[in-house]
Design a protein around this ligand. Structure first.
Ligand code: AMP
Length: 663
């Protein structure tokens, strides 16, 4: 076979296998075989780049990162839906349709909680995909959509123009896995799959989006030049025949059946791979749709039924108290396991004593739990009728349940705090905080590793980290030789972070990043700070009396002194970082927008300031650069309008690196 035919055959085999896997959910090819064929195709494409076609499976993560998204006008607007909240409102809708139309059939579908996109094909080739935006103008996210394996790059029918609309989502299992990883890495968690999908689809670098494994369900045919259809059902069948994953739907004839289907869908939500935020009811006949038309924003021929947040009762088995890094006591109810909106709930936070008092939650009570939109279960109310005899109001303990030290109420609020300086409950949080990005920035030492280090007794204070050997780390779970070596390197590298970060890392009460910076600038070295009196500290701008007292208290405690001694022994820098780095960005103003992957915003701002630049919150003509991360929105748009240069996170990181080299 010549190479051209071989490439053609490989593309067909791989696309067919991908379709079976991602669209039909019926894999026919072993992963190994798929990878082998893909590698062969990659080799041939490397040798004959002129033969790469847009439908090649290698082209899903193609182009380089974008500077920003361009705007796209939708030829057919992406409308909203009118919400309804009860079976009665569904009946009223059906009545309105009955009065206006001859014979009405309805399509009932799950409402996928994701992001609406339009996909456009010309002569059977995917040419553009855009977000909904305001329904008329969206953003071109073609490169990111290419990474979604269930979106076909070419279609069997070569219609001059075809536009479909669907909902992009992050599958629930992918979401949970991603959040677990982020937790391990000490990164901020996504609140729900929708946010995660939105953040991913708005990545300027398609390689990041590709890793997020998004999926889609197509639910509407917007436009099909050269084809006509009578019903919505027919259009969905046609779309499916072209290789798309379409929305599951049922065609029904009256309000009663529609309501029954809504209930059934609600009960089946757990089995669906996506989060469902309602059910959509649509008139099935396309000519009848035209007959009733649309209001300014929504079609009159459809409604979205919103399910009430699921609530379930469960019995309070216990109230337990956890102690956080800063020593705050947080009460939680332990309840009899109950299935709620897709997960088994065994506990819920009670926040603080005031919350418990207000709802009068007692051990033995039956409480109503719900997960409203978010993933965190909460107590809605106590079913007082079911309260057994002999229960007593609950009071948080006055000694720390972990170390036995007395607890104190915070001056300013409801929080109770453990006063024990060496409370082991605080160790895990202390260590994780110490190693976190904004603090000592020790790569690869996330919460999971810290937990093991504590459990195996290897680490009792942050200073112990600096005495770990590769051999000790290697024996931990999920820690090969290579990662142990990297961890040791990362720990060693963190010795040079400088005083401002060290002060923040130590977790002294009220000493955040800003105070760390101010104190480091003022005193220059740890020893100078350690000798400062409360009065001297209070005299510094931005350091209040309370903070000064906490700092003094910390400095005077024998545990702190021991810790500092050990850190010094390990060679951790106790001096303020050189300020002279600060010329590179002199006179420049940066605006950070969207979520950055490698830095927190605060960190990026600190890096800019350390180089003499300014980090500002809003874009104006005076802005020098806008750094756009995930989810960049109006600020990015404004920058484009004003013609301000936009940097990707990578470009920004490169600029910072230049500075490092010059030093
Ligand atoms: P809303 O934004 O609350 O007005 O709801 C309308 C949105 O629901 C649309 O923009 C779609 O993105 C989304 N949606 C999800 N699933 C469906 C579906 N099966 N049919 C129509 N719209 C859907």
């Amino acid at each position: 076979m010549d190479y051209k035919s071989e490439m053609q055959t490989l593309r067909e085999q791989l696309n067919e296998a991908g379709y079976r896997y991602y669209v039909l959910d019926d894999p026919t090819m072993e992963d190994y075989e798929y990878d082998r064929l893909l590698r062969r195709l990659e080799e041939l494409e490397a040798a004959h780049p002129e033969e790469i076609t847009p439908d090649s499976p290698t082209q899903r993560v193609g182009g380089a990162a974008l500077e920003s998204f361009t705007q796209v006008e939708h030829p057919v607007p992406l409308e909203s839906l009118q919400d309804v909240f009860s079976p009665e409102e569904v009946e009223e809708f059906a009545q309105r349709m009955d009065e206006a139309l001859e014979t009405v059939e309805y399509s009932v579908e799950p409402k996928v909680d994701g992001l609406s996109v339009a996909l456009e094909y010309r002569d059977g080739v995917f040419v553009q995909g855009a977000t909904r935006g305001d329904g008329r103008v969206g953003e071109d996210v073609t490169e990111n959509l290419r990474t979604i394996k269930s979106i076909p790059m070419t279609l069997p029918d070569k219609l001059p123009r075809l536009i479909v609309r669907g909902e992009v989502f992050m599958p629930k299992n992918v979401f949970h896995k991603l959040n677990r990883q982020r937790e391990d890495n000490g990164e901020a968690l996504f609140a729900n799959p929708r946010n995660a999908a939105a953040g991913s689809l708005r990545q300027l670098d398609p390689k990041i989006c590709a890793k997020r494994l998004l999926d889609i369900r197509v639910f509407n045919l917007q436009l099909a030049e050269g084809r006509t259809f009578a019903t919505h059902g027919e259009t969905l069948d046609y779309i499916a025949s072209q290789g798309f994953q379409t929305i599951p739907h049922k065609v029904l004839e009256n309000a009663e059946d529609v309501n029954a289907e809504i209930v059934r869908l609600g009960e089946s939500r757990e089995e669906l791979p996506f989060d469902m935020d309602g059910a959509v009811v649509k008139v099935n006949s396309l000519s009848e749709r035209t007959a009733v038309g649309s209001t300014a924003k929504c079609p009159r021929w459809a409604i979205a039924y919103k399910y009430p947040p699921e609530q379930k009762p469960s019995k309070v088995l216990d109230i337990v108290v956890q102690v956080g890094r800063t020593g705050v006591l947080t009460p939680k109810v332990v309840v009899e396991p109950v299935r709620l909106a897709g997960t088994t709930v065994t506990n819920a936070t009670l926040h603080n004593q005031d919350f418990i008092d207000e709802k009068d939650i007692r051990i033995g009570d039956t409480v109503v739990l719900q997960k409203a939109g978010e993933i965190i279960p909460e107590v809605v109310e106590v079913l007082k009728d079911l309260r057994p005899e002999g229960t007593v109001p609950y009071h948080l303990p006055d000694i720390c349940p972990v170390c036995g030290a007395p607890v104190e109420r915070d001056e300013d609020g409801a929080a109770l705090r453990c006063t024990g300086a060496e409370c082991p409950a605080q160790l895990h949080r202390n260590l994780t905080h110490f190693a976190s990005r904004d603090a000592m920035d020790i790569d690869g030492m996330g919460p999971a590793v810290m937990r093991q280090l504590i459990d195996t007794g290897l680490v009792k204070t942050p200073a112990d980290l600096y005495f770990l050997s590769t051999e000790q780390l290697e024996n931990l779970e999920r820690m090969g030789k290579k990662s142990a070596q990297n961890a040791v390197k990362a720990i060693a590298a963190s010795k040079e972070r400088g005083l401002e970060r060290l002060l923040y890392a130590l977790g002294i009460r009220q000493v955040g990043q800003k105070a760390g910076k101010i104190l480091a600038a003022q005193f220059g070295s740890f020893d100078a700070l350690a000798q400062a009196s409360e009065e001297e500290l209070t005299a510094i701008d931005d350091v209040g009396g309370i903070t000064a007292a906490y700092i003094r208290e910390w400095m005077d405690s024998p545990q702190s002194q021991h810790l500092i001694g050990r850190l010094k022994e390990a060679g951790v820098s106790m001096e303020a970082a050189q300020q002279s780095a600060g010329e590179q960005f002199r006179g420049m103003t940066f605006v950070l927008t969207g979520a950055l992957e490698r830095f927190t915003r605060d960190e990026a701002a600190a890096l800019i300031e350390a180089r003499g630049g300014k980090a500002s919150g809003s874009v104006s003509k005076k802005t020098t650069y806008v750094v756009a991360g995930e989810n960049a929105g109006s600020k990015l748009r404004k920058a484009n309008e004003l013609g301000i240069p936009v940097l990707t996170e990578d470009e920004f990181a490169d600029m910072l690196a230049e500075q490092q080299e010059e030093k």
